[in-house]
Write a protein of this length. Sequence first.
Length: 202
Amino acid sequence: MSEQVKVHIISTAMIGQEEIHIVKTRFPKRYKKAEALSNHDDFLRSIGASYLLTQAFSKIEEDEIMYNEHGKPYCVDRYFSIAHEGGYAVLAVADSPVGVDICAQNRNNAEVGMKVFTQDEQFLCSKFTGMFAKLWSQKEAVVKLIGEGLSRDLKSFSVSSFDRDRPIMLDEKSIYCKTVDFNAYYISVCSFNDISIKVLTL
């Protein structure tokens, strides 16, 4: 039986003074980091991610949120992953380690693809429209799952088997992935377990 991962999504257009106040009150340190961002859209995305945390974990305290050496946030007894891009912030919540990423479907950069995609992934990009964004979101979700972020060479592993709904092997572990199409974005979720996704929008 697959593990269900809840994917909470908020549009930055829905973030107003009430949501900002909640984050400022519950997570003052995270609020200060968001406030220091020079771009207002970055501020809203950061606030959106923190707001999702307040809604998904009603009793979570800011001091419970820690960060590993690569900057991934985590709690000792809770599993979650955060991502944001464009007009959305996303939070994946699971019963075991999880990684999530979101990528606009119109994102495409052949030069970047040559640097981060394996040959089989580059082949998929050449054959299917929107595959760059899909593969990118899957690779990002993988490195977030394992807690290494972009310190891991994205070209050191392939996610092409995800397109056939098969897991990949990385560091002697099976990694599963599900990707959903949401309002011209791809949202990919990775786990060490077979998963299903429940999307929850605010």
